[in-house]
Design a protein around this ligand. Structure first.
Ligand code: NAD
Length: 248
């Protein structure tokens, strides 16, 4: 491990444009469970596909009940060592923007400007109408749910309101995918942190970076789908690996 971390330090020092790409694993230290590890969200609940959310009020009610059940977890979550190390590289001018599959807002909380966090799967700290796209705050959704006993419809167009996340079966955000691709094609070091790289099309972005000439580093405590094409794989805890870069 020591030599892996040393090599990572050398690669960071030698790179001029670094693009991080994060997944649920960077936020487990912050108390947010990931998807696929034992005890992760998937082992407890089958995800609700987008078409079910659109079609059925009971699916929407269930989706919102699950989200409310996570309220305390998201409210208590603070950036961990991984988030802080990446924010330090951003402040140092080495990281133009960060690509994330996470929906927890913790990169913004660690110091990234909102415009420099490319959220491939959206954000669960607010909601949007699936018809007109109007933003709604979660407090409003909670009040509606309490009053009406079911999930809300948009005040502007009456279509269902959903967390501002991308569900299975829902279209990927076009601008974010384009910007992520540009970033991947224009960096010399691409850091995958805490992703099993099984969710597509997001998992295509690290491959694009590698094909475009960037060095590819993967930090994850279990094997990922792209370990064979990586220049360096650190199979270890993220906080312990990146903590030393911010002095803890
Ligand atoms: P994933 O659950 O498929 O993979 C996470 C990986 O991180 C796993 O391989 C796990 O072994 C590893 N990991 C967990 N904690 C770690 C640690 N402390 N150190 C090192 N490795 C660690 O997650 P994914 O690839 O991001 O895909 C799941 C999808 O679920 C994402 O697209 C995302 O939208 C969503 N999701 C987001 C959050 C969040 O926002 N925090 C949480 C759960 C799921």
């Amino acid at each position: 491990l020591r030599s892996g971390v040393e090599r990572l330090g050398d690669m960071i020092a030698g790179a001029s444009v670094i693009v991080p790409f994060t997944g649920a694993g960077i936020s487990t230290e912050s108390g947010i469970p990931d998807f696929r590890s034992p005890g992760g969200l998937w082992t407890r609940n089958r995800p609700i596909p987008f078409e079910e959310f659109v079609a059925r009020q009971d699916a929407r009610d269930e989706a919102w009940r699950r989200r409310f059940a996570m309220d305390d977890t998201f409210a208590a979550a603070q950036p961990g060592r991984g988030h802080r190390a990446l924010a330090a590289l951003y402040k140092a001018g080495k990281v133009p923007a960060i690509i994330t599959q996470n929906i927890d807002n913790l990169h913004q909380a660690s110091g990234f400007a909102a415009g420099d966090v490319v959220e491939l799967h959206g954000n669960t700290t607010y909601a949007r109408c699936i018809g007109c796209g109007k933003r709604h705050e979660l407090d409003w959704v909670r009040q509606w749910f309490r009053r009406a006993g079911h999930a809300p419809h948009c005040t502007a167009c009456d279509e269902p309101v959903k967390t501002a996340t991308i569900s299975f079966g829902q279209a990927m955000p076009v601008d974010e995918m384009r910007y992520a691709s540009q970033l991947a094609q224009n960096c010399d070091l691409f850091l995958v942190i805490g992703s099993s790289l099984v969710v597509w099309p997001a998992a295509g972005i690290p491959m694009l970076a590698k094909e475009s000439g960037a060095k590819l580093v993967i930090i994850n405590n279990e094997p990922t789908e792209q370990d064979e094409i990586a220049d360096l794989v650190i199979r270890h805890d993220i906080g312990e690996t990146l903590g030393p870069f911010v002095g803890n």
